[in-house]
Unconditional design. Structure first.
Length: 317
């Protein structure tokens, strides 16, 4: 009887300790920029391998109904963290939204000016008089215009057509001669799977300052510095694991939602995204951010010029 009492007491104590540990995990709401895909590899691997939990975090991953909303929801204080694009962040900051960049997810541009590799467009100069499809109106005039300048053309030398989200289909069907916004890790592979070979021109190689494709943002007025530090530590641990064990990490990634993630397109995109993840998510190159902001300001994409140091979180020493 005494032995059973001791065992029961120990079991109860262990259960209470478990509940207590779970209660101590800080809930963090994170909204992605879009549905889960290989771009979010470190987040999903950190979740699946328990790295967030090891840091005392209970990260709740959400997918947006409208990809323009996540940073706005953070600015409104409705969620803790969101993923957005560095150019979009600079626009939001210039417009006065209370945001700070807390980490980097994808550390290089992914957007490209893409054509079919069929002998018709062999250089950017061949785009004169041609149709260029875009998904969303915004910064394409500045970016495409700057790229065309490198071959002595300008933005008015091409015809811009808004094709919505049908970028690959519009290029493959011949509706347009090129697309802006096709991602080098997705659209290239999507077209190849459909029997089309694509060729990409990279903005950072044609006059456009380089930038971080995907970044995390928090509310500038109420961010939790300790939470951000813990989140970034788990993210870095996951990225290291992905780089060291790409196949095992892929298996961890698809285990999050096997029915939707485990397909050939995502497998190819995973391979092409591995070198794009930020190895040090918390690290920041202020000058690189300021250079891109200057590019946006010079091209009238923003009316004021924010300084990167003013929208970075501060941590107690």
């Amino acid at each position: 009887m005494k032995k059973n009492f001791i065992l029961t007491t120990l079991t109860l104590a262990a259960t209470l300790f478990s509940f207590s540990a779970q209660a101590e995990d800080k809930k963090v709401t994170l909204m992605l920029d879009w549905f889960v895909n290989p771009n979010h590899g470190p987040i999903i691997v950190a979740q699946q391998r328990g790295y967030f939990k090891e840091q005392g975090l209970n990260v709740v991953i959400q997918e947006p109904a409208d990809p323009s909303m996540p940073p706005k929801l953070v600015a409104a204080g409705n969620i803790d963290l969101a993923i957005t694009y560095q150019p979009n962040l600079i626009i939001d900051i210039a417009e006065g939204l209370p945001l700070v960049r807390s980490a980097t997810l994808i550390a290089t541009p992914l957007n490209t000016l893409m054509v079919l590799d069929n002998g018709k467009i062999n250089s950017l100069s061949d785009l004169k008089g041609k149709k260029v499809g875009i998904a969303i109106s915004g910064s394409e005039e500045a970016t495409i215009g700057k790229m065309l300048e490198t071959v002595q053309l300008n933005y008015k030398d091409v015809e811009i057509i808004n094709v919505g989200w049908a970028l690959s289909a519009s290029l493959a069907s011949g509706k347009v001669d090129a697309i802006w916004g096709g991602l080098r890790n997705f659209e290239t592979n999507q077209l190849e799977l459909e029997g089309f070979k694509a060729k990409a021109y990279f903005p950072e190689e044609h006059g456009v300052p380089t930038y971080d494709e995907l970044v995390f943002v928090a509310n500038a007025k109420k961010y939790d510095a300790a939470m951000i530090s813990a989140f970034n530590k788990a993210l870095e641990q996951a990225t290291t694991y992905i780089v060291n064990h790409p196949q095992a990490a892929w298996n961890e990634f698809v285990s999050y939602a096997p029915d939707t993630l485990n397909n050939e397109l995502n497998k190819r995109a995973w391979r092409d995204t591995l070198t794009r993840f930020a190895l040090r998510p918390a690290a920041i190159d202020l000058k690189r951010y300021d250079d891109y902001a200057q590019f946006m300001f010079d091209n009238k994409l923003i009316n004021s010029l924010p300084k990167a140091k003013d929208y970075m979180p501060t941590f107690d020493e």
